[in-house]
Design a protein. Structure first.
Length: 257
C-alpha cells in the first residue's frame, strides 16, 4: 500500500497533512491487514482514498490516527481490561475491534449511515477478538451534539446497562466546529453512565483521542475540554508507536477533574 496517485489529492494539502501516506487510491474496497501489540492481527475492508474533498464517506476508509490509537490500546491494555467502552466515529472499526479484545463491552458508533454495513462486516470478520460473543459488542448510529435524537436514544437504551467510563476515538477532528459537539457527547455519555445503573452524575471517566493536527486545533481543544471540566494530557508517540507516524499525529488523553 505504498502507491499514491498525486493527481487525486488537493494540491493545497500535503500527503502528511491529510495523512495519506501509504494509501492506495483506486476504486472499490481494499483489504487492510494490521498487526498490533499482544499478537493482535486484524483484517478489515475499507474504501480506497479518493480526493479528500469529495470522498463519498470518511467513515468508509481507515484513517492513519486509528492505527496510532490501536497501538496505544494494545500496548497499554491494562487501561481497557474489563471496561465498558464507546468508540465514537468508528468508521471501519479498527480501534473498537482492538478494544473489544480487552473490554467487558464495546459499543461501536458512527453518525454516517453509509458506514454502518461495512462496520458490521468488519466486526463480524474479526469476532474472534471478542471470543465470538455478540453480547460483548453492539453497533449504533450516533450523532454528536445537543438535541440529537440518536444521543437521547443511546442514553435511554444503554445507560442503565453499562458503565461507559471509557470513550475512544480517532481522526474525529477536521474542523474546529466539530470539537464542541464532540465533547458535549463525551460528557453526556460519561454523566449518564458513570457508576452504572444510570450513573451517579459525576461523569468521571476518560476519553482517548488520536488525530492528525491538520489545522492547529489545540487552542480550541484546550478551551472546549476545560469548559467540560477535562484535563488534557499529551502522550509521546515514541512510547508506543513502532513506525514513522506523520509528524502532525497526536495522542491525547482527557480525564474528568
Amino acid at each position: 500500500m505504498d502507491k499514491i496517485n498525486k493527481n487525486e489529492i488537493n494540491s493545497d494539502d500535503s500527503d502528511e497533512e491529510v495523512g495519506l501516506n501509504g494509501y492506495l487510491i483506486e476504486e472499490g474496497l481494499e483489504t487492510y491487514k494490521y498487526e498490533f501489540y499482544d499478537d493482535i492481527k486484524i483484517e478489515i475492508e475499507g474504501q480506497e482514498l479518493q480526493n479528500v474533498n469529495v470522498q463519498p464517506s470518511t467513515g468508509l476508509l481507515p484513517w492513519p490516527a486509528s492505527r496510532i490509537l490501536s497501538l496505544y490500546i494494545s500496548k497499554f491494555k491494562e487501561e481497557f481490561i474489563g471496561k465498558d467502552i464507546v468508540e465514537l466515529g468508528s468508521g471501519v472499526g479498527l480501534c473498537g475491534l482492538v478494544s473489544s479484545k480487552y473490554s467487558n463491552f464495546t459499543l461501536f458508533s458512527d453518525g454516517d449511515e453509509k458506514s454502518l454495513p461495512l462496520l458490521r462486516d468488519n466486526v463480524n470478520t474479526n469476532s474472534s477478538l471478542f471470543n465470538n460473543n455478540n453480547d460483548r459488542i453492539s453497533i449504533e448510529r450516533l450523532y454528536w451534539g445537543n438535541n440529537q435524537p440518536t444521543l437521547n436514544h443511546f442514553i435511554q437504551q444503554y445507560s442503565t446497562k453499562y458503565n461507559f467510563n471509557t470513550i475512544i476515538g480517532s481522526d474525529l477532528i477536521y474542523v474546529d466546529s466539530s470539537i464542541e459537539p464532540l465533547f458535549f457527547t463525551v460528557d453526556s455519555i460519561l454523566k449518564t453512565s458513570s457508576g452504572g445503573g444510570g450513573g451517579d452524575g459525576s461523569g468521571k471517566g476518560t476519553f482517548y483521542l488520536s488525530f492528525l493536527d491538520r489545522k492547529n486545533h489545540f487552542p480550541t481543544l484546550l478551551s472546549v475540554s476545560e469548559k467540560y471540566n477535562f484535563t488534557m494530557e499529551i502522550i509521546e508517540l515514541n512510547k508506543f508507536v513502532n513506525y514513522d507516524a506523520p509528524t502532525n499525529a497526536k495522542m491525547l488523553i482527557f480525564k474528568k477533574k
